[in-house]
Each structure stands twice: as structure tokens, then as C-alpha cells.
Design a protein around this ligand. Structure first.
Ligand code: S3P
Length: 167
């Protein structure tokens, strides 16, 4: 089984996904990490050098290459479900889970890692307002996920239990 975790930046897709995979004896993949490994560039540098459009093509390519995997939790980027046929692809090939958090909670988690997130770096001064608006645009994609799990109070162990129930 393939589990795709979706959600806004800072929702804990990688953090909880990695721990849940350990509980379940699954493999874990972080799409952004895979991209960085492939390119030898951090996501921040990739955006800076090659631009977002190029990143989105590579992101889709990397996503589509997850098909042959099995028993794997895949943490996607905050933008992954919002481009091209990515969301439909994930729904066709596995179960999708949206980790849902309110803008204020996201912002308090994101404050310390803005420098790693090219989409947010220029928004430091009005981060809450930006996240509120951006999440509104993106949530229609996230909400197409097969399942929604509350991100407040979530742990890797709870996520593993949830995956066991739905799997
Ligand atoms: C992005 C989210 C990031 C990363 C890139 C773009 C986005 O992943 O893919 O910086 O557009 O929301 P995280 O959600 O893991 O931060």
C-alpha cells in the first residue's frame, strides 16, 4: 500500500510520516528530500537557480516514480497536490491523507524554518495573512484527499494507528 500525506507547509507530513512508518514497518520517502538528493541542491537553491516551473516538473516526475513502491508512506510537498494531475495520480495509486491545521498553528510552526521555504521567505512580515489566503486557495486540492486527519495534537503513533484503521 502507498500512503500519500498531503497538507500545507509545516503541517508535519515528514515528521509524523517518518515515525508512523517506523511503527508500521513501512518505508518512508520525503519527496523534497528525494529531489534534493537527485539534484544536489536544496529546495531553496533549486527555486533560486532553476525557478518554480522547473521544480514543479521535477516534483511531478519524482511523484510519478513512486508507483512501483509498496508499503511506503510518502510525504509530499505543500504544493504537490495543487499542480497538474498530481492529486488524481496519488488517488489512483494509493490512499491520500490530508493533515489539516489552522493558519495560526501553521505559522507558529513555520516561523523558524522560513529560510528553507522559498514560497514563504518574502512573506515573513505578513506571514499569517499570507498563509490564510494561500491555504484558502490550496485547501480545495488538499480536501480531495481520501481522508482528513486533525494535525493539532497529532503524533507519529496516532498517524500509524489511523493508517492501520483505514488500510
Ligand atoms: C512547497 C512546499 C515545500 C517544498 C517547496 C514548495 C509549496 O514542501 O516542496 O518549498 O509550494 O508549498 P513542504 O510542504 O515540505 O515544506
Amino acid at each position: 500500500m502507498l500512503i500519500y500525506l498531503t497538507g500545507y507547509m509545516g503541517s508535519g507530513k515528514s515528521k509524523y510520516g517518518r515515525i508512523a512508518a517506523q511503527y508500521l514497518g513501512y518505508d518512508f520517502i520525503d519527496l523534497d528530500r528525494l529531489i534534493s538528493k537527485k539534484t544536489g541542491l536544496s529546495i531553496y537553491d533549486y527555486f533560486g537557480k532553476l525557478g518554480e516551473a522547473s521544480f514543479r516538473r521535477l516534483e511531478q516526475d519524482t511523484l510519478f516514480n513512486t508507483v512501483p513502491l509498496n508499503n511506503t508512506i510518502i510525504s509530499t510537498g505543500g504544493g504537490t497536490p495543487c499542480f497538474g494531475s498530481n492529486m488524481q495520480f496519488m488517488k489512483n495509486h494509493g490512499l491520500t491523507i490530508y493533515i489539516k491545521l489552522k493558519p495560526a498553528a501553521l505559522v507558529s510552526r513555520l516561523k523558524r524554518s522560513l529560510h528553507k521555504r522559498p514560497v514563504l521567505t518574502s512573506q515573513a512580515n505578513n506571514l499569517l495573512q499570507f498563509v490564510e489566503e494561500h491555504l484558502k486557495e490550496r485547501e480545495k486540492y488538499y480536501m480531495r484527499s481520501d481522508f482528513v486527519i486533525e494535525g493539532e495534537g497529532l503524533t507519529g503513533e496516532k498517524l500509524a494507528g489511523f493508517i492501520k484503521e483505514i488500510g
